[in-house]
Design a protein around this ligand. Structure first.
Ligand code: GDP
Length: 452
């Protein structure tokens, strides 16, 4: 089950519980059972799912809840917290500093995407002003050094390796020493992966770790490995001090559950996810927005970051001010559609927006969604300024709807569909009134109200 589907199933289960006439034991169990099934089918380990279910039931003690308590909200909150708990080990990973050289060691099975991810990690930090360097300590796989060399050259990152030396620990130490002398502040060591977990792989990893004394060991894991994720991650953790996880290949048909299981096994946070083969296909991972997206509530910080890339700086404060007050007019919807069309990979942006996740943007229908947005915008072009600035859909009576349909060359039901979509989005936006700007004029300092 791909993430979008998991997201749809969890959202659906919560919605069904919310729509129930009475929220009783049965409604709660139905909701939890559906979430359990969805998580298991997404390869989250069985014992984690069981534990989550037990914890939620402990938190939501329906019998003890006094009348007047919003049971629906309490259940939703408990699900959110438990999912976050699964993904958030409660400690953050070591963050490299520019003032002192850091050594980061990558471990994982062959084919997990380690070498690719090393370069992505280096490139990401290079863009942030670091001076990274790459060391190939994989002497097992023929071609490993060439691959790293090729990637590093493309990203203009210095690299070190050897075609003749067979001792990975020796190469790793040479590389680290050399780049320390060259004042690199982030030295990334790629290790051998082998085909499967075996004693020699773990022994080699231990030796390289002992020789280089890394500040951080990152476990790179292919998201599609399924139920084996928990045990695999645990085995690596037992051999070296894994401090962070990067889940690769989250694009395509990856099941997301492995990520949850790996965190639990290593007790280390997922810090990035790989979303494609290119250098830029790399995203910071943050548990709360991720779970928020899973629950169909949108990833506001991700959305704001994306928006920041396309909305001119002088327009950002005004836009956020409007959004933060839930004053969502058709004009704002129009402007946002425009931004979304400018933002490039639609799928990425859509999945961050509340309420849009599975409904407006079904997996594999990006082109149709884009066409729909353009159609909606054509209809809005036929509205008057007064209509665009209104946040009350009741102003659209029959004759106005007919006029808009005629003016845009569409049929009446399509205009009504567009207004329905507006109502749905307006409700969603209304939910995020907690958006706050901490520093005027600075979009990145935006934070969500804890209770929203
Ligand atoms: P390693 O053996 O662990 O070093 O794995 P590689 O870095 O050689 O990657 C194995 C394959 O996975 C290569 O074809 C990569 O291009 C591909 N790959 C790595 N990361 C990603 C990702 O995030 N998404 C996709 N689609 N492919 C990836």
């Amino acid at each position: 089950m791909v993430l979008a589907e998991l997201c749809g199933r969890i959202t659906g289960a919560i919605q069904q519980m919310k729509n129930a006439t009475i929220v009783d034991e049965k409604a709660l169990n139905d909701c939890l059972n559906e979430i359990t099934r969805a998580l298991l089918q997404s390869d989250v380990s069985f014992h984690l799912v069981k534990e989550m279910q037990t914890n939620i039931k402990k938190i939501v003690n329906l019998e003890d809840l006094a009348v007047g308590h919003n049971k629906r909200r309490i259940i939703e909150q408990a699900i959110f917290c438990e999912l976050c708990k699964m993904l958030d080990p409660g400690k953050s990973a070591f963050a490299p500093k520019k003032t002192k050289p850091s050594v980061v060691l990558f471990v994982g099975l062959q084919g997990a995407g380690k070498t690719t991810t090393c370069t992505k990690y280096a490139y990401y930090h290079q863009k942030k002003g670091y001076k990274p360097a790459l060391v190939c300590a994989d002497t097992f796989r023929a071609g490993a050094f060439d691959q790293l060399k090729q990637n590093a050259t493309k990203a203009k990152i210095p690299f070190y390796g050897s075609y003749t030396e067979s001792d990975p620990a020796k190469i790793a130490v040479e590389g680290v020493d050399r780049f320390k002398k060259e004042n690199c502040d982030l030295i990334i060591v790629d290790t051998s992966g082998r085909h499967k977990q075996e004693a020699s792989l773990f022994e080699e990893m231990r030796q390289v770790a002992e020789a280089t004394k890394p500040d951080l060991v990152i476990f790179a894991m292919d998201s599609s490995i399924g139920q084996a994720a928990f045990e695999q991650a645990q085995a690596f953790k037992q051999s070296v001090a894994v401090g962070a996880v990067i889940i690769t290949k989250m694009d395509g048909h990856a099941k997301g559950g492995g990520a949850l299981s790996a965190v639990a096994a290593t007790k280390s946070p997922v810090i990035f996810i790989g979303t494609g083969e290119h250098m830029d296909d790399f995203e910071i991972f943050d548990a709360k927005p991720f779970v928020s997206r899973l629950l169909g509530n949108g990833d506001w910080s991700g959305f704001v970051n994306k928006l920041q890339e396309v909305v001119p700086k002088d327009q950002q404060p005004e836009l956020l001010e409007k959004l933060s007050h839930g004053n969502f007019t058709l004009r704002i919807m129009y402007d946002q559609f425009q931004n979304i069309l400018n933002m490039g990979p639609l799928k990425e942006v859509f999945s961050m927006l509340p309420g849009i996740c599975a409904e407006m943007m079904p997996e594999g229908h990006e082109k149709e969604s884009q066409a729909k947005i353009k159609r909606y915008m054509t209809m809005m072009d036929s509205m008057t300024n007064e209509e665009l600035d209104s946040s009350n859909p009741k102003v659209f009576n029959g004759s106005k709807i007919m006029r808009i349909a005629r003016g845009s060359g569409r049929i009446v039901t399509e205009v009504m569909d567009m207004l329905e979509e507006y109502k749905r989005l307006a409700t969603m936006w209304g939910k995020v009134k907690g958006l706050k700007m901490l520093e005027k004029g600075n979009m990145s300092s935006l934070s969500r109200n804890k209770n929203s």
